[in-house]
Every structure is written in structure tokens, then in C-alpha cells.
Design a protein around this ligand. Structure first.
Ligand SMILES: Cc1ncc(COP(=O)(O)O)c(C=O)c1O
Length: 435
């Protein structure tokens, strides 16, 4: 594989950009040495790197591109909006139209406020909950890996440099599918917790008792329930994972799958709470999401077209079905290569991830790197196994062929030692304290 242009750009990018990329999850430390570092073009689920190599991909813009790269209907809608200008001194009608569309699809959305990033809307939900309840403490689900780039969340991770201790101390944790852990928090901090923040579902499905318990305990203790649907929204269901599992939050946040990769996110919730961020009440005001680019018309047009596309085409069904096809094929490969317990797939069919373990069955970044290296060599980039509406049967079959070859190498590396097969340093977790 020719990689000369990638190598040149890598040198230039590290000289000018801390980390070499504007998103950690896209950085060099996440990928093997032998692979493309920069992508220039995408169409459907295929991408091309700066050196002209073509790949099928399963990262899809960090799960934001659900329909496919350069998806014509969405791009045309954005382009049409751009012809009339994208940012004015007063709101554009599409701000109302798009908010009405979101409210029509998500049952708990009585009011809607847009921003550009998932982090911003989830942080806004926390701020609103704090203002609404007059409390400062925030309780988050410990098993859910990411809610926001902001201090209230990053302060709870091991990369907490630069975040004051008093801020870190205000966020406490409970455990998924463990109602007792929430009861204990409310007992320990009576009258102090403003909100519970969690995803409805990640890899482990929720129990009915847990969801009912979360809702009951938050109401009983005067805290708001915030559901982060940045990944699950418009992927599990057009009404979010809250529609699948029948749970009604006070506030919830959407992003990623809303606009096929265009930058837009939404905070939605009950009128009673959301109105605190408005200008028609006698209470103290909450400064809720007000940014220069919050109402850019082309992103809203992209979101509107994406949501309409979900309404008229079987997108959600296709994501599930193609994810299941991939999952089923991988399970057969794992059996045929005798890799049970070493390599496997987790999660919802529309949001699959995989694990890699070494010969002692311990989680292994080295084996993750080897797998990435071997599938990239065979024309597939798969940091996760997230399908889009553009992943055809043929794409999935080609991916399974690539995995077949890669897993044969994996099996040999388990017995001969990985050093015989791995080229260069292993990848590293995104969230780690030191470089
Ligand atoms: C569950 C969840 N919430 C929030 C965010 C933050 O979204 P953004 O990157 O758009 O700020 C992410 C990002 O990956 C996420 O996965």
C-alpha cells in the first residue's frame, strides 16, 4: 500500500496541531503505523486516502454519518440552503421548521434548542437542571464512557488536568442496571443532586426494573432525569432509545445521527424545564445555548432532510439488519478460526464494537492493533463495526473476507507470538493520563 502522502501530512500535522488531529478519536495513536493517516473523499461507505487507496469503512464520522458519505439528498438540501445565505442577524424560518420536526418525532420533546455539538447540549442540560433545581451535584452513570468535553464530565476521567477539584467533586457516579447504587447516592447527598445523566442503553440492555427505578427515584428526590441520546438517537429508533425502552426523561440530548455528519445537536425536554432558558418568565434567567453558529441554515436543512429520509425510507431497519448480517458472519468466522474468547463483537446491531484479547485472554491493545493492521491491509477501516444505510450486502461480504484473512493472522499470532506479525507500536486508549 502506498502511503507517502499520508506520511508527509502526518509530519506537518503534528508540527501545527496538538495531537495531530482536531479530534482525539481520529488521531495517529488510534491506528496502526501501517495504514492511511488522511482521508480525502468518501462516497457511501467507501473512502479514499490521500495516496488514492480505497477502503470500506465502519467509523462513519464517529457514528454521525448514518446514511453514507456525500449522500446526495442531504447534500443537495444543504446546498440549496447555502444559496440563500447561512447566517443572518435574525433567525431563519428553518429554525422553527426543524425544531417542529424534532418535536414531532421525539415524544418527550415539548421544546427544542439547537447547538453544534453533543457536548454543548449535554452540558446545557446539566446547567439547566442545576438552575431548575437550585442544586449543584450531578450524578452520572459510571459505565457510560462519554458525555461531554466539559469539566463536569472530563473531571471524572483520568485526564482531569486543568480541572479544579471543587468542580470534579460535584460529579458523582452510579452504576448501570443497579437501582441500589442510585438509592445510595440520594441517601448520601440528600437534597443535593440536580440530575441523573445516562444513556438509555449502551452494550448492556437495560432491565425494566432499572429504568422504572431511575425514573421513580429521580422524581421522588426532586432531581431531573437527563438521557444522553447522542449515539442512540435516530439510530435505535427515530424517536430515540427512549421510544424503544419506554422511558420519559425530563431532558434529553441528540446529535450525531441527526444530520448525516453535518454539525448540529439538540437539547429537548419538557416545556416546564426548557422554558427556564427562555425570555417569557418571571424567574431568574438561564443562559442556555446561544452561539454564533447555532442556527446555521445549511446544517438545519441537512438535519431536516435526514429526518425526512428516516421517515420515508427503512433506515433504522436497514442499520439493524446490516449490523446483524455482519455480526452473524463474524460469529461464524470466530468459530471457524477457534477464536472464541479472544476476538468478539459487542453491542446493538446498529452500533457494534469489538474486543481483542491476548493468549491469556486479557484485553489487548496489541491485538487490536494487529487486527486493525490486517483489515486495513485488506481494504477495510474499522475502529468499530458501525454500519450505515450505504453498507450493501456486497460491502459486508467483502468485509467478512477481509476479517477472515485478518483473523487467520490473529490466530497465528496467538500461538507464535504477536511480535512476529505486528508492525510498529500498538494503539492506545483515547482516555489515558499520559501520552
Ligand atoms: C454518548 C455521547 N455523548 C456526548 C458526546 C459528545 O458529542 P460531540 O462530540 O458532538 O460533542 C459523545 C461523543 O462521542 C457521545 O458518544
Amino acid at each position: 500500500m502506498k502511503l507517502d502522502k499520508s506520511r508527509d501530512l502526518q509530519q506537518r500535522s503534528h508540527a501545527i496541531i496538538p495531537g495531530g488531529a482536531h479530534t482525539y478519536a481520529k488521531g495517529d495513536d488510534q491506528y496502526p503505523v501501517e495504514g492511511p493517516a488522511f482521508l480525502v473523499r468518501g462516497k457511501g461507505c467507501h473512502v479514499w486516502d490521500v495516496d488514492g487507496n480505497e477502503f470500506i469503512e465502519y467509523g462513519m464520522g464517529l457514528r454521525s454519518v448514518t446514511l453514507g458519505h456525500a449522500f446526495t439528498a442531504v447534500n443537495e438540501a444543504a446546498w440549496r440552503a447555502m444559496q440563500n445565505g447561512i447566517n443572518f442577524t435574525r433567525p431563519a424560518p428553518i429554525e422553527v421548521e426543524c425544531a417542529e420536526k424534532v418535536a414531532s418525532l421525539i415524544k418527550s420533546a415539548e421544546m427544542v434548542k439547537f447547538a453544534k455539538n453533543g457536548s454543548d447540549v449535554t452540558t446545557a442540560a446539566v446547567k439547566l437542571a442545576r438552575a431548575f433545581t437550585g442544586r449543584e451535584r450531578v450524578a452520572i452513570c459510571a459505565e457510560h464512557p462519554f458525555f461531554s468535553v466539559d469539566d463536569w464530565f472530563i473531571g471524572t476521567t483520568i485526564i482531569n488536568a486543568g480541572i479544579p477539584k471543587p468542580v470534579r467533586d460535584l460529579t458523582v457516579t452510579f452504576h448501570y442496571n443497579d437501582v441500589g447504587s442510585i438509592e445510595r447516592l440520594f441517601d448520601r447527598y440528600p437534597g443535593e443532586i440536580a440530575c441523573l445523566v445516562m444513556e438509555v442503553e449502551r452494550n448492556e440492555p437495560p432491565t425494566r426494573a432499572f429504568l422504572d427505578g431511575v425514573r421513580y427515584l429521580s422524581r421522588k428526590n426532586g432531581a431531573l432525569l437527563i438521557l444522553d441520546e447522542i449515539i442512540t438517537g435516530f439510530r435505535w429508533h427515530i424517536g430515540g432509545a427512549q421510544a424503544v425502552h419506554g422511558i420519559e426523561p425530563d431532558l434529553s440530548t441528540f446529535g450525531k445521527a441527526m444530520a448525516n455528519g453535518f454539525s448540529i445537536a439538540a437539547l429537548v425536554g419538557s416545556k416546564e424545564v426548557m422554558e427556564a432558558g427562555g425570555i417569557d418568565h418571571d424567574r431568574e434567567r438561564v443562559f442556555l445555548l446561544s452561539t454564533t453558529y447555532g442556527g446555521e441554515t445549511h446544517c438545519l436543512a441537512a438535519a431536516l432532510e435526514t429526518m425526512r429520509f428516516y421517515e420515508r425510507e427503512p433506515v433504522i431497519e436497514t442499520l439493524r439488519c446490516q449490523g446483524e448480517r455482519l455480526l452473524c458472519g463474524i460469529e461464524q468466522l470466530v468459530t471457524s478460526h477457534r477464536l472464541e474468547g479472544y476476538f468478539g463483537v459487542d453491542g446493538h446491531p446498529a452500533n457494534l464494537t469489538y474486543y481483542t484479547r491476548d493468549a491469556d485472554r486479557r484485553p489487548s491493545q496489541q491485538f487490536r492493533t494487529l487486527l486493525l493492521q490486517e483489515i486495513i491491509r485488506r481494504g477495510v477501516i474499522a475502529p468499530s463495526l458501525v454500519v450505515s444505510y450505504s453498507h450493501s450486502d456486497e460491502d459486508i461480504d467483502r468485509t467478512l473476507e477481509a476479517l477472515d484473512g485478518a483473523l487467520a493472522v490473529y490466530q497465528r499470532a496467538l500461538s507464535d507470538g504477536i511480535d512476529h506479525y505486528l508492525m510498529g507500536r500498538p494503539v492506545k486508549p483515547v482516555v489515558r493520563r499520559y501520552c
